[in-house]
Design a protein around this ligand. Structure first.
Ligand code: BT5
Length: 268
């Protein structure tokens, strides 16, 4: 395939054949959609089976956390949402599901010869720039966790990188870092295979350790900004069993940062 041949819409039939060896619950593909997570939430409420996948070539209102936008221009990125019907493990460790996607992508990138890092809680970086973002959402039936929606956007080709003035943090793509384009279908299959491998092991220490090993800024002084209050500063030590971040503050005390609405930046 010529290099420009990579900049084409995904083809539903090709994607279906690429994913045919995987035990997907069901599959929906869209050339263009508002947000795959919105579609997944609706589909989950209508009874989508476990491990159903929504994939789009382009999103027109992709979402990040806290009403932020996620850009998915056509022909260049992966925008996907997986619907999980929670198992006992996932009910016990709901906050590990962000790690499940982040680790699966990080390992897939590692296999391409790249050096990914997970910027807690929900970003994946290449060369210190954001290549992917993860948004996990839940839907409840009364007191019961009915479905978890694991959404992820990955900048695969150069054309997926948004203009710098739209960003809070510098962005990159896999093509930029690798110096050659990557085929989105095979990358998707690789990521999903790893999700399937890790999913039953999510309750184990080996999962937490593997996730932790890919964390950005370990051993470095960082600043964690919450939605309100003073930022917390300290040395980034690792993860707590529930996926919270563990820091050592300037008094040498261990501090846990539990909530997802934080930024993590190395100190200037
Ligand atoms: C995230 O939020 O990083 C989670 C993004 C999740 C997107 C996926 S795509 C499939 C599924 N369907 C959806 O609607 N969403 C999910 P957050 O940490 O809040 O980061 C959002 C910020 O990332 C924005 O404010 C921008 O600064 C930046 N950003 C937006 N698009 C980007 C891109 N393509 N590459 C890098 N950075 C981007």
């Amino acid at each position: 395939m010529s290099l420009s041949g990579f900049l084409i819409r995904m083809n539903r039939t090709e994607i279906e054949s690429e994913l045919s060896s995987l035990p997907l619950g069901a599959f929906r593909y869209f050339d263009t959609i508002g947000s795959t997570n919105d579609e997944a939430l609706t589909w989950a409420s209508q009874g989508a089976p476990d491990f159903s996948l929504i994939l789009a070539d382009e999103q027109t209102s992709g979402r990040g956390r806290m009403e932020r936008k996620w850009f998915t221009p056509p022909r260049s990125a992966l925008a996907l949402s997986l619907i999980l019907r929670p198992t006992n493990i996932e009910n016990a460790h709901p906050s590990r599901t962000t790690g499940l996607l982040a680790l699966s992508l990080a390992e897939s990138l590692l296999q391409l010869g790249l050096a990914p890092q997970i910027k807690w809680p929900n970003d994946v970086l290449l060369g210190g720039r954001k290549v992917a973002g993860i948004l996990v959402e839940s839907s409840w039936m009364g007191e019961r966790l009915d479905a978890m929606i694991l959404g992820m956007g990955v900048n695969v080709l150069n054309a997926s990188i948004p203009p710098a003035d739209q960003l809070l943090f510098p962005a990159t793509s896999i093509e930029t870092e690798l110096g050659r384009p990557v085929e989105r279908g095979s990358l998707l299959r690789e990521i999903l295979s790893r999700v399937l491998d890790w999913r039953p092991k999510m309750g184990m220490d080996t999962f937490l350790k593997a996730w932790e090993e890919h964390l950005a800024f370990r051993g470095q002084q960082v600043q964690v900004e919450g939605r309100s209050g003073d930022p917390i500063t300290g040395e980034l030590l690792g993860l707590e069993p529930d996926g919270s971040l563990r820091l050592r503050n300037e008094h040498g005390r261990s501090v846990t940062v539990r909530f997802g609405e934080v930024h993590l930046r190395p100190l200037a």
